[in-house]
Design a protein. Structure first.
Length: 76
């Protein structure tokens, strides 16, 4: 893990973030001896982000409305 002083991190913040993304973490040390580890958050995907489908035959408006009606009839 690469270490930087607080002044270096402040002057090169974008580069430090990129370094953390590539390597997983960077350490930033202050003059008073405190140190902090900067790590990237894991990317999260939306639960609504699903792959689409391609129907074998084109779906018309009437097909969609019929499907909705059938679904409603099942729960009446």
């Amino acid at each position: 893990m690469k270490s930087y002083t607080f002044s270096e991190a402040r002057q090169n913040f974008a580069a430090i973030l990129e370094q953390a993304r590539r390597d997983g973490a960077v350490r930033i040390q202050r003059r008073d001896g405190q140190s902090f580890v900067l790590t990237p958050e894991p990317a999260t995907a939306s639960p609504l982000d699903i792959a689409g489908i391609t129907p074998q035959q084109p779906v018309s408006r009437d097909d969609i409305l019929q499907s909705i009606q059938e679904g409603r009839e099942r729960y009446e």
